[in-house]
Every structure is written in C-alpha cells, then in structure tokens.
Design a protein around this ligand. Structure first.
Ligand code: RFL
Ligand code: PHB
Length: 390
C-alpha cells in the first residue's frame, strides 16, 4: 500500500487529522490497534474548548454536538466553605462545550465511509521504519497477513503507550519531562441528573472531588484516591458518600445517587516529549504529552496539535512548502507548555498532596481567597480554561 500520510491511532487526534487531510485532498490511511467498539468504550474527556468545537464545525460534523452538547458559561471552585464561580463568558467572552469524547469520536467514526477516510481497525504489531529519512514505511499485520504502507509522512496519534514516540526514543532522540502525582482519579458515570448546572472542582480536607456531566440526565463524578487503591474496593455507595462530603454543603443536597455504568481509576501525570517531530514522523496528542485532567486540557491539546499538523501537511502536499512542518514542533510545544502549566497549577491548588505541611496548605487557602476576591486572578483562570488561542 502507498499513501501520502500514514496516521497511527484512531482516537480523537487520529480521526480529526484524517478528516482534515481528506477535506484538503491529501491521501491518508489510519491504523488502529483496537476495534471501533473498544475505542468508543473509553470514557474520557467531557469539556471542549473552542479549538475543538471549531475543528468539528470546519468539518461540518458539528450537528449533533450543537443539538446535544451543553455550552457552559463558567465553572466553580469549592474550597470547603463556599463556591467560587469563574464566569468565563463574562471574563473572556467565550464558553466551553460539555460534550463527551465518546460522542466526538462517534461523530468522526460515522463520517469515515462517506468522506473516504480509510481506517484499518485491529492492526497488530504496528512498527515504524525509516522515519529519519524521507521515505518512511509502516508495517503491521491483520488477520494473520503482513502489510506494508509506504508514506511520505507518518503521524503518531497513538496515545501515551503507542509505538510512535518510542520510535524517536529508539534513535536516541528527544527529551522527556515528567511529573507523576501521588494519586489517581476514581471516576463514576451514572444515569442521574447532575448536582449542579456547571462543573464544581472541590478541594476538601478529605481530598479532591469533581462534579461533571455528559447531559441533563447523565453525570460524571471524580474523587482523588491514592495510586495504590483498587477500584473493586469502592462500592457505588462508598463513592457517593465520599462525593457528598467532599463537594460540600452547597452541592451535597442536590446529588442524585444511582448505579454506576462505568467506574475506573486513572493515574495523574504531567509529561512532555520534545521535540514533537523527527524527520518524517510528527507526534500529535497524548503520544507527545499528558496533562493531569484537572484543567480539562488533554483532548483539547490533541485538537490544537492536529490543527497545526493539518495546516503544515496541507502546505507541504499542496504547495511543496516545508516551512510549517519544520516549525511544527516549536509551534505546538509553545501551546502545550502553557496548558501543562495551567493543568499542573490547578492540580496543585485543588488537591491535598501527602507531602504537604501546614505551609503548603496555607498557600492553597491564600490562593483560593485571592481568586475569590480578584477579577484579575479569575480572568487568568478563565482564559486558560476556555483555551489559549491557536
Ligand atoms: P488516545 O485517545 O489515547 O488515542 C490513541 C489511539 O491510538 C491507538 N493505539 C494504537 N494504534 C495502532 N497501533 C498501536 N500500537 C497503538 N497503540 C495505541 C489507541 O488504541 C487509541 O485508539 O489519544 P489522542 O487521540 O491523542 O487523544 C487524547 C485524549 O484521549 C486525552 O488527552 C483525553 O482523554 C484527556 N482527558 C481530557 N481531555 C480534555 O480535553 N478534557 C477533559 O475533560 C478530559 N478529561 C481525560 C479526562 C482523560 C482521562 N483519562 C482516563 C486519562 C478525564 C479522564 C479520566
Ligand atoms: C469530565 O467530565 O470527564 C471532566 C470534566 C472536567 C475535567 C476533567 C474531566 O477537568
């Protein structure tokens, strides 16, 4: 097989990039290790920035998002006593969209046939070759048959555990920056109405909690737990009790309990791999960076990488212009680092770290009080939350 761009991974980054390239007449093939059902079964992001919404609009795949998504003007920080509302719409003129990653992925998947985007699911043993030259190829097997794709450019959209970043590391290239946190988020999804019409991030003496949602009838909640914890030890009742305590007196009376339809623990990590390109291989999304979910930035960063990558690849294949590909890593990383900073600082502010003493706790109290009383501080948080410009 031969194509212009071989994309590895059919998560949101890979599918978005594939559709953007097809819309510009660039040939591409997407290779995905899992089945479509498996990809759709992963419950992840819920909050979309304008960059992500804008790409779906540009593709004309925004109809269901406009119909079912929930535009939010703001969100809340809870400090155990009060709710501090961050009014993003008033402070920045922009909103965020609550629409699940599962739904975006479904919208992108369902448009593949009609738009001629070829996705090979259940592609096993995907391996990258010759990425430091200008004639790379990708090998994989499917149903016991070995296949080779010759491409001009390979884009790694294969998440944190995929082979693309490892291919760069294998050449001795690149540098890793990492911070692992001493807790994970235990998430619960349930078909019950949300306890509040906007998200609440809470810092309570017993730990962090987040009240989020997918729709008016489906709620998503999280609490932080030590990384040693097992999800089997957390009955639904135990999670609901903990949420009611941590979310505090404003929210607790409005929590509707119900059976979980999904329950899992996700570790928290900040990670950046630089550069995000080596020769003919570009990295997008979680393959190059991870943020803790506290700022709702992961999927949105994947979308901004894809935006830059699509522009660069279109210039290259339509006009033989290599400048944007050469600049891709620096351009993408400038935005990535700012989102890393925001996610890290919000994580620091809203969680109780086991190593923290009285001083660190006093810093959290002072910062929350500052935010509660400063329009400048609220504006800074709001502009990062709605997403910095691409
Ligand atoms: P993905 O979604 O991991 O997709 C990568 C795809 O590559 C495939 N793959 C391979 N394919 C072929 N061969 C191989 N060897 C392969 N290895 C892997 C995988 O099967 C998969 O289909 O990465 P992508 O596309 O970069 O997207 C990134 C986002 O998924 C991620 O950043 C977000 O989910 C992070 N995140 C959030 N982001 C937000 O913007 N807003 C949020 O509100 C938000 N909440 C969250 C989150 C992530 C969470 N977890 C579980 C990590 C909440 C949680 C709990
Ligand atoms: C979610 O709804 O899953 C969600 C929302 C906001 C976050 C993280 C996750 O910061």
């Amino acid at each position: 097989m031969k194509t212009q761009v071989c994309i590895i991974g059919a998560g949101p980054a890979g599918l978005l990039l594939g559709h953007l390239l097809r819309a510009e007449g660039v040939e591409c093939i997407v290779l995905e290790r899992r089945t479509p059902e498996y990809v759709l079964g992963r419950i992840r992001a819920g909050v979309l920035e304008q960059v992500t919404v804008g790409l779906m609009e540009r593709l004309g795949l925004d109809a269901r998002m406009k119909e079912e998504g929930l535009p939010h003007d703001g969100f809340n920080l809870a400090d155990g006593e009060r709710l501090i509302r961050i009014d993003c719409a008033e402070l920045t003129g922009r909103q965020v969209m609550v629409y699940g990653q599962t739904e975006i992925t479904r919208d992108l998947m369902e448009a593949c046939d009609e738009r001629g985007l070829e996705v090979v699911y259940e592609a096993q043993d995907v391996a990258l070759h010759g990425i430091d030259g200008d004639a790379p190829h990708v090998t994989f097997s499917k149903g016991g048959t070995s296949n080779t794709i010759d491409a001009r450019i390979v884009v790694g959209c294969d998440g944190f555990h995929g082979p693309s970043r490892q291919a760069i590391i294998g050449t001795g290239g690149g540098r890793e920056f990492e911070r692992v946190y001493p807790f994970g988020w235990l998430g619960i999804l349930a078909d019950v109405p949300p306890c509040n019409h906007e998200l609440i991030y809470a810092n309570h003496a017993r730990g962090f909690a987040l009240a989020s949602m997918r729709s008016a009838t489906r709620s998503r909640y999280y609490i932080d737990v030590p990384t040693s914890e097992n999800v089997e030890d957390w009955s639904d009742d135990r999670i609901w009790d903990e949420l009611a305590t941590r979310l505090g007196p404003d929210a607790a009376p409005h929590i509707t309990r119900g059976p979980s339809i999904e329950k899992s623990i996700a570790p928290l990590r900040s990670y950046v791999f630089a550069p995000m390109r080596l020769g003919a291989l570009m990295l997008c999304g979680d393959s190059a960076h991870i943020v803790p979910p506290t700022g709702a930035k992961g999927l949105n960063l994947a979308a901004s990488d894809v935006y830059y990558a699509a522009e660069a690849l279109t210039a290259f294949f339509q006009r033989s212009d290599n400048d944007a590909i050469a600049a891709y890593s620096d351009t993408a990383l400038a935005r990535v680092w700012k989102a890393e900073r925001f996610s890290w600082s919000l994580t620091r502010l809203m969680h109780r770290f086991p190593e923290d003493g009285a001083f660190e706790r006093a810093m959290q109290v002072a910062e929350l009080d500052y935010i509660a009383n400063s329009r400048a501080a609220q504006t800074s948080i709001a502009e990062n939350y709605v997403g910095l410009p691409v």
